[in-house]
Structure formats: structure tokens, C-alpha cells
Design a protein. Sequence first.
Length: 214
Amino acid sequence: MRNYKKDELYPNSKILSSSQFIDYAKSPANFYAKWIAGFEMKRSAALEVGVAFGELYADRSFDYRSYLLNCGIKVPARLIDLVGSVIKYFPKPNKPEYELRVPFEGWLIRITLDDVYFNQNIIVEHKTSGLGWSQAVADNHIQITLQQWAYWKLKKRVPKKTLLNWIDTGYHPVKPVQTFEVKKKVEQLEMFEKTIVVPVLKHLEMKNFSSNIF
């Protein structure tokens, strides 16, 4: 299992994971409860399925079935079977769980990619959810844009695209896996930096944990 290295993150340092960044952007109050006060967020079957699939993608010998049966959450048998059946659609990983560490404005933003192909400038992201993903959702999702921004800042080039693979955990999926391609221009990433990244870090510096910033 991947070591999340939570101890190195804020508030112990000025290192933010992508999850922390996104949580703060959505709700400073919820960010405080989860990451500073230490309130445990309720885990769900969907979350555990996502964890299991991520581990299996990175290591095909991972015993996903035992993990899901013993994770402490009741995971429906159909979802356990789904993890094992959809992995056949995915090639062997190139650089699974690859960390991008972006120094910016006195902070270090740590972003983990499900996979990445640097020679082709392609980021790979996997999502397991029963909620409908679409091209529009993928194009405007903060996590996908944050990943492309981090890649651009570190590599000094915009990714050719992000391949977002949606594993539909709903009861009647149209397809077991749908893939969306997300492409950004430099101007879009510059605007993301100005309107999202800078305000998040600025308000975190001010220890704003009450007022939403967007």
C-alpha cells in the first residue's frame, strides 16, 4: 500500500497535497476540521473501491479482493468483482503514483499522478464513481487542471493531454470504462494560477478557516 506521508504535510510544514489544496478551495472550514482538528471523515465503499483499483493498477499482484473484504466498510460484491474485471482494459503502468512537487510562493504543492508518460507528455488519471462524468466535467475539474498546472510549472511545457479514465460503478453503466481527453493551453493554466492557486495560498497564509474564498 502506498505511504501517504501525511506527517510531512500542513500544518506540520508548508507542504500541501493536492487533496488538501482542493479541500481548502472547496471549504476552509471543512479543511480545518479534517486536516487540523483531525476529525475523521467517513469512509465509503466508493472510496475504498478507488483505493483498491489504484493499488491494483500500480501492482497487478495486489490482493484487492482481500483488501475490500477487510477494509471495515461493507463493499458490495458487484463492486469487488468490478475492480477485477475492468483492470484488463488497462495497460501495465509506466510511472504509477508519480509525485510532482511544485515550489510556489513559499509553499510546496505535492501532486500525485496515477500515471504519466513524460516522453509523450501525457498524464493519466483514474476515477471510480457512480456519478456521471462527462467531457465538460473533466474539462473543468479542479484536480485535472491542478495536475496540468503542476506539470507545466515543473517541466516548462504544457501536457499534450490528460487521459481521464472513468470506471462507472453505477448499476447500469453504458460502458465499464469511459475515457475523456483534457487539453489546456498556457493561457488557461496562467489564469488558473492567478485565480485559483494564488488565492488559495494567500488565504491559507492568513489562516482563513471560516470564509469560503470562491
